[in-house]
Design a protein around this ligand. Structure first.
Ligand SMILES: [Zn+2]
Length: 282
């Protein structure tokens, strides 16, 4: 795989009782960061993996029924999440961003899309179709806020399902293949079904040569993957398909156990993010 630079950056957070994310976990409310991947590709510029939260999330959840999303999932969106302020704080120039990859269309992953209008958007066609399907209450119940993704973005989408399939290196096993979204073997989208319609992760190799799997919301934490403990059925059935989710979690667990060098980074796991930042095993 062609190597790319990866930075794994928090962009806002939400608060959930931990037991909603892993069976048997504490009843206490816990903060979960929304992580964003900043990928610097040697030829293609900077590419984001998801966008995290954004002040646009507050606008989109102002009316009813969308407000239900904010009531059930309290968020922390500080003024320094304004797009250019956040980019500047991380030394990122707005005009170096060439594209965005979306793991899935839940509000906490696409709230910043409006800042990227006109750029290439790599995503799942099944996920986008679900976002555009009529039914405002249904969408909110599924964590989808269609106002966050302007309709004109649809014309800029390249779909994972249509990208060429390629084999993954053995240090991602049991994940064996994915979609080569740039066509150069650097960024391979990997289906991680079950969390919601059209949910994908991203396999890459960072500058240190380390195999990385950005896992989106296929698991809430690295601890859940290590112990192979899913969220309660209530959570997974509401958003996606419980049986499929658990099968995907089993594959992530096997990948973690089988590949000591592989870093699996769930989108809301502060522990995995801190370990990756420190260069430790995740
Ligand atoms: Zn999420």
């Amino acid at each position: 795989m062609k190597r790319v630079e990866l930075r794994w950056l928090a962009r806002g957070s939400c608060r959930h009782p931990a037991f909603m994310t892993m069976r048997g976990a504490s009843l206490c409310a816990t903060d979960f960061p929304a992580m964003v991947g900043l990928i610097r590709h040697p030829d293609r510029g900077a590419i984001l993996f998801d966008t995290g939260y954004d002040p646009a999330f507050l606008d989109a959840t102002e009316p009813f029924p969308e407000r239900l999303y904010r009531w059930t999932t309290p968020v922390a969106i500080s003024p320094d999440l304004a797009w250019n302020t956040w980019l500047g704080g991380h030394g990122i120039a707005a005009d170096e961003i060439a594209a965005v990859i979306v793991s899935h269309f839940h509000g906490d992953h696409v709230a910043g899309i409006r800042n990227l209008a006109g750029l290439r958007l790599y995503c799942s066609s099944a996920g986008l179709a679900e976002l555009r399907r009529p039914g405002r209450f249904r969408r909110v119940r599924q964590g989808l806020l269609s106002a966050l993704v302007p309709a004109q973005c649809d014309a800029d989408c390249s779909f994972f399902e249509e990208a060429p399939r390629v084999a993954l290196p053995s240090d991602f096993a049991p994940f064996a293949e994915g979609a080569d979204i740039l066509g150069d073997g650097s960024l391979i989208a990997v289906p991680l079904p079950g969390h919601c319609a059209g949910h994908w992760g991203l396999a890459l190799r960072d500058e240190a040569g380390r195999a990385i799997l950005l896992a989106g919301d296929a698991a809430w934490s690295i601890d859940a993957i290590r112990r192979c403990v899913p969220p309660p059925r209530l959570t997974t059935a509401l958003l996606g398909e419980t049986g499929v989710y658990r099968a995907t979690l089993g594959h992530l667990h096997a990948a973690l156990v089988n590949n000591p060098g592989l870093a699996i980074l769930p989108s809301h796991c502060a522990q995995a993010a801190a370990a990756y930042e420190a260069g430790d095993a995740v």
